[in-house]
Design a protein around this ligand. Structure first.
Ligand SMILES: Nc1ncnc2c1ncn2[C@@H]1O[C@H](COP(=O)(O)OP(=O)(O)OP(=O)(O)O)[C@@H](O)[C@H]1O
Ligand SMILES: [Mg+2]
Length: 323
């Protein structure tokens, strides 16, 4: 295979933005379409002449290569962590798609799905050092600290939700945990840390349910910390994609979630748009060919193209019409 992807060493990058953008794709529930969306968004972006690297951070269940019709790569994040290669550039493999590179995790990566804290931060530093136009991180399911820390390393935190009560519930839980985790990382005050720990604890017997509760309790201990947390909440702006949409009611779930997040959690969310449920999706997966290449005229491909366009403009025209 000819090398159609090369990582630039820092100069002369295409794309005109002059800076790197990281998108993380998560959402808590398994099977909602995170990997499918990561791959197809990546391809759409690469077609704009942007250098894109897809990274499979689902360390225990890496499968992004299958969506691209590739066999499991010989070089993986495991080589990086075990110092068999020098830098993350050495584990970017060619996908055969111009401008699109791929990095996968590995089953044997330390304790696979659970790398230890220092190793995880090392991985995050390596990813941050990759100098390309776009990095897209495909996350695993669940809201473990590992998943949350990868999710939070980006300026474009994208949530994928399907229109099912269980998935919506998981997404609420995921985003709350992400906010608690985010503030835990920046607050060093012992008493406040303890409150956040309690909030993050699944058993949470002190009834800390929302970011508002944390801010109130923290503010009672130290007013300036309360104000700082308020600011963090204001700046926390995840983006939402509703996937596998079948009805107009399904599309509206995005708007309802947006309002509910603001009302109950004080979290402003951008509704990026929806992707229809489309048989062409599973057909493309069966064929191990990415949807936007195999069925570019499909309804789902068109939805993904629209979402890509919204994401690449600096001030995205967000999906805000309820009509
Ligand atoms: N828009 C869609 N239309 C039809 N089927 C879809 C659509 N999106 C996803 N799917 C189906 O859902 C399945 C799961 O998708 P995917 O593997 O991307 O989910 P995931 O969120 O990455 O799962 P995991 O959490 O296990 O990593 C796909 O194999 C596909 O069959
Ligand atoms: Mg996946």
């Amino acid at each position: 295979m000819t090398a159609s992807f090369s990582v630039d060493q820092g100069e002369g990058r295409k794309g005109g933005k002059g800076r790197r953008s990281i998108w993380t794709i998560g959402g808590g529930k398994g099977g909602s379409g995170k990997t499918f969306i990561a791959v197809n968004l990546g391809i759409c972006l690469s077609r704009f002449g942007e250098e894109v690297v897809l990274i499979d951070t689902d360390l225990g269940g890496a499968n992004i290569h299958t969506f691209l019709g590739l066999s499991f790569p010989q070089r993986t994040l495991s080589d990086l962590i075990n110092k068999r290669v020098e830098g993350i550039r050495d584990v970017v493999v060619d996908t055969g798609i111009p401008n699109l590179g791929l990095v996968v995790g590995a089953q044997d990566l330390l304790n696979a799905a659970n790398p230890k804290e220092p190793q995880k931060w090392k991985l995050i530093r390596h990813i941050n050092s990759l100098d390309v136009d776009y990095i897209i991180l495909d996350l695993g399911a669940g809201n473990s600290f590992n998943v949350l820390d990868f999710f939070l390393m980006s300026e474009n935190e994208i949530l994928v939700v399907t229109p099912e009560p269980t998935c919506i519930e998981n997404t609420y839980r995921f985003i709350k945990s992400a906010f608690f985790r985010k503030v835990k990382r920046i607050i060093s005050h012992y008493g406040v840390k303890e409150i956040i720990e309690t909030a993050l604890d699944q058993r949470n017997e002190r009834g800390i349910r929302t970011p508002f509760d944390i801010i109130e309790l923290a503010g009672e201990i130290d007013k300036s910390i309360g104000l700082r947390l308020e600011k963090e909440l204001e700046n926390f702006r995840p983006k939402l994609i509703v996937n596998q949409v079948r009805t107009k009611g399904d599309i509206d779930i995005g708007f309802s979630m947006k309002s509910a997040f603001l009302k109950y959690f004080g979290i402003s969310m951008d509704y990026l748009g929806y992707i229809v449920y489309d048989n062409d999706v599973w057909q493309s997966i069966q064929k191990r060919k990415p949807l936007v290449l195999e069925f570019p005229q499909s309804r789902a491909s068109k939805c993904i193209n629209e979402i890509t366009l919204k994401l690449i403009v600096d001030k995205p025209f967000l999906f805000n019409s309820e009509g």
